[in-house]
Each structure stands twice: as C-alpha cells, then as structure tokens.
Design a protein around this ligand. Structure first.
Ligand SMILES: CC(=O)N[C@H]1[C@@H](OP(=O)(O)OP(=O)(O)OC[C@H]2O[C@@H](n3ccc(=O)[nH]c3=O)[C@H](O)[C@@H]2O)O[C@H](CO)[C@@H](O)[C@@H]1O
Ligand SMILES: C=C(OP(=O)(O)O)C(=O)O
Length: 438
C-alpha cells in the first residue's frame, strides 16, 4: 500500500497535459479481443486499471506491450477461458469481458466486477441486453455464466430502463458480431461511447448513432484492426486539474482537452466565478478572486458528471454562501465528506444531499482515499491546506490518474508518494528525496 504526502499551501503554475480517457481505454482494451488482427492504441493512460486489464488479457493468451505511444495488443492467439476471479475483481470495467467474450466466442464466464465503492451498482440492464440478443444468463457463486444459442446471437430491439454507460458498452460489444440488426434505445451518450464506436467501426463494425439516444448496429461476421486508434483525452482528469487550478493556481494551462466534452462543468465553473480562456485544445485558468457558492446536480452526459462532483468540492469550499451537491447517479458517493471534515471543511451530508459552507482554511492531516474521485478531492484539498496532508489508499487514485505525481510536481506541488511502511514523519518532501538519495 502507498500513501501520498502533500505539503500544502503552494500556488501552482505552469502546464499540465491530460492523458487518454480512462473510461474509453477500459472499454477499448476488452473490445480489442473482438479483432482478428493486432490492435494498436495510442494515448493510453498509465493507470492501474490498464495494468489490471493487461493481466486479464494475459490469462486469455492475449499478449500486450506498452509502447512509447500507447499499447500494442495481439489477440490472434486468444483462448476462450473462464474468468471467475483474480484481477476481474480489481476494477469495474472488467465486466466488459462479458460482452466482448460473448461477441467473440458466444460464451463468457466472468466474475462480478470490483471498482469504486460508491453505492449499489447493479448490472440488470447488461443482462437484459444479453438476453434480448438470445443469450442465457445465470449467476453462479458470484460469476456470470452467459451463453449464446447454438446458432449464435441475433439482433434485437432493446430499450434500457435507465441510461447506463456500462450496459451500453457491453451490449455494443456483444451485438457487433451478432446476426442481423440491433437497435438499442435510451443509451448513454458519453464521448467514451463514441470513441468505442469509432474504434469498432474502423475495424469493420457497422455502428450508427453513437452519441445520440439510439444506437443501431448491423452485425458483421469478422472484425480486423487496420489502423492505430488514438484514445480521446480524459475529460474527468481535465476537470480535476481545472478545479485544482482554480482552487490553488496562480495561472495554470491545462492542455489536451476537448472543451465541448466539459460544457456543463465549464458552465458551472463560470457560475462559481472562475475565469478561464479556451484556446484550441487548451484552457488557461486565471488566479481566482471572489467565488460564489452554487448548487450542482449530477446527471448522465451531457449533464454534470458524477465523477467530477468530488473534485470540484474543495474549490466550492472557498466560495461565499451555502451550496449543495445532489448526485442523482450515486447518491451515496460521499466518502470524501468525513475526510474533508477532518481537514476542517464545513461540509455535511443530509438525506444524501451534500451541504457546503464557506471554509476559511483547510488543515493538513491523515485522510483516506476510499475511492478514486474521493481521492482526487482529497488531493486538491491537501494542496490547498496549511501543513502536511497524508492520503492513505493512494492505489484508488492511481487506478485512474495518469502519472499523477509527475504532473503535480510539474505544476510546482510539493508532493511525494511512498510505501505505507516507510517512515515519513515530519520530513518535507525535499528532505525525503535527500534521504532516498543517500
Ligand atoms: C468504467 C466506466 O466507464 N465507469 C463510469 C461508468 O460507470 P458504470 O458504467 O458502472 O455506470 P452506469 O452508467 O452503468 O450507471 C449509471 C446509473 O445506472 C444504474 N444502473 C446501471 C446499470 C444497470 O444495469 N442497472 C442500474 O441500475 C447505476 O446504479 C447508476 O445509478 O459511468 C458512471 C456514471 O457516469 C461513472 O461514474 C463511471 O466512471
Ligand atoms: C466510478 C469510477 O470508475 P469505475 O466505474 O471504474 O469504478 C470513476 O472513474 O469515477
């Protein structure tokens, strides 16, 4: 286990470059097993979810190699194998192997996934989609057994009862090689869904409508990757650094952003009073003056992303007045709140609503990152705080934040990551460096 030590209070300056989107990458890596030729991915972020997906590929005899640009995956020698346990439990997106194996082999045995502990995360819509395509699905001792009929999956009309990123991805993966036409209604419209569809279409799939409410798929018998696919920039990582820049920056440029993917987030930043300039694929955030408290309600894309409600919270603590956050997707995504309270934040939860009040100054202390975006919030709070903040369970942050220590140091942050058993006591990070060098 690792911990992050932040000596707060430094004003951040300079530039940070955003990596490829975690939520695209973790769908596209499982999708690559549908290809009958080698797959080249550029812009793959260096995150633990990718390492864990690569381990799962290895279990299926699919080799992968990290290159300077990204990742090469060779699925040509793949074997159909049950994946009931192991790394499957280490991340959410491992459940995309259900759809991908079903699409490739007509059967899948995959353990129920792990991922962030942010309240109940059922998969009933994924199952509804697989069944509509003709598969039989059963849950046996925590693993899903999914089997296509003898004559293979067939196209179907599916209406999702709620908008789900995971169910949309999984049903696309199962349907691309099914016989006939599949129409999926009330699908997720996230940019990561469009990225996945682009990747699959470039391999010969026929997916239309990604980014709208309805996706139409004409099944094809074979898929071959021919060109390298570049993963889109991570809008959640971008939002995190933008919020950080506003909370403790002295003029920060965030590069490699598709600003349209952040429309609702940027509108909220403006409402708070943050000033920024968008120039092509970069956003410059000015040092902030007076800020206004706001109300945030998370919604499926293009609404305000649940994954950004925690990262924007420390910034809101600087604002005047009283604010509120309602996470309609994950009402119990509040594990950062008690940790922020320990840092002196005036924040509470009542009936699943996060209530925020202006806080003069956060104080560094020991806190725990119970999930990825709670960790991002604590990281920003630690940078804003007086004194030293030690964040435990940093692995949750490393699941999805690309080269985070390097990026923070590039902005001038005084931050260090060390093993839990290594003494850090009251040393500054410069002293820790010195000690390591001896
Ligand atoms: C790897 C990945 O892309 N993860 C993202 C994905 O997670 P994930 O794909 O798990 O989230 P979903 O979009 O599926 O979940 C949205 C909502 O639908 C509910 N639901 C979902 C499926 C289902 O079968 N039944 C059901 O009730 C969920 O409990 C939740 O309330 O979208 C979330 C919502 O934007 C983000 O926070 C995650 O970062
Ligand atoms: C909830 C998240 O991730 P996952 O779905 O991979 O658990 C997230 O990225 O904020």
């Amino acid at each position: 286990m690792k911990k992050m030590i932040i000596h707060g209070g430094k004003r951040l300056t300079g530039e940070v470059v955003i990596g490829g989107a975690k939520n695209s990458t973790v769908a596209i890596i499982p999708a690559s097993i549908l290809s009958e030729s080698k797959v080249t991915l550029d812009g793959v972020p260096r995150i633990q979810d990718v390492d864990n997906l690569r381990d799962i590929l290895t279990d299926m005899n699919v080799t992968s190699e990290v290159t300077e640009q990204g990742l090469e995956i060779d699925p040509t020698q793949i074997i159909s194998k049950p994946l009931p346990n192991g790394k499957i439990k280490s991340l959410r997106a491992s459940y995309y192997f259900m759809g991908a194996l079903l699409g490739r082999f007509g059967r899948a045995i995959v353990g129920l996934p792990g991922g962030d502990d942010i309240g109940p995360r059922p998969i009933d819509q994924h199952i509804k989609g697989f069944e509509a395509l003709g598969a039989t699905v059963s849950n046996e001792h925590g693993a899903m057994f999914i089997q296509a009929p003898d004559d293979g999956l067939h196209g179907a009309k599916i209406y999702f009862d709620m908008v789900s990123v995971g169910a949309t991805v999984n049903v696309i993966l199962a349907a691309v090689r099914a016989t006939g036409t599949t129409i999926i209604e009330n699908v997720a419209k996230e940019p990561e869904i469009i990225d996945l569809a682009t990747f699959l279409n470039n391999m010969g799939a026929k997916i239309r409508g990604a980014g709208t409410d309805t996706i139409r798929i004409e099944g094809v018998p074979h898929l071959y990757a021919r060109n390298a696919h570049t993963i889109i920039p991570d809008r959640i990582e971008a939002g995190t650094y933008l919020a950080m820049a506003a909370a403790c920056g002295n003029g920060v440029t965030v590069r490699n952003i598709i600003s349209e993917h952040l429309d609702s987030f940027l509108a909220k930043m403006e409402e708070i009073g943050v000033r920024f300039d968008i120039v092509e694929d970069s956003i410059y955030v000015y040092p902030t003056g007076d800020l206004q408290m706001v109300t945030i309600k998370t919604m499926p894309y293009p609404g305000f992303a649940t994954d950004l409600q925690q990262p924007i919270t420390p910034l809101l603590l600087k604002a005047q007045g009283e604010g509120m956050i309602v996470d309609t997707l994950y009402p119990r995504r509040v594990r950062h709140v008690p940790e922020l309270v320990r840092m002196g934040a005036n924040i509470s939860v009542e009936n699943d609503v996060i209530l925020l009040h202006h806080t003069d100054q956060l104080q560094g202390t020991d806190v725990t990152a119970d999930e990825i975006r709670a960790g991002a919030a604590l990281m920003i709070a630690g940078l804003m705080a007086e004194g030293t903040t030690t964040i435990h369970k940093v692995e949750n942050i490393l699941r999805g934040y690309d080269q985070v220590i390097t990026k923070l140091r590039g902005l001038g942050a005084d931050v260090e990551m060390i093993d839990e058993d290594e003494p850090s006591s009251t040393l500054t990070s410069a002293e820790v460096f010195q000690k390591k060098a001896l």
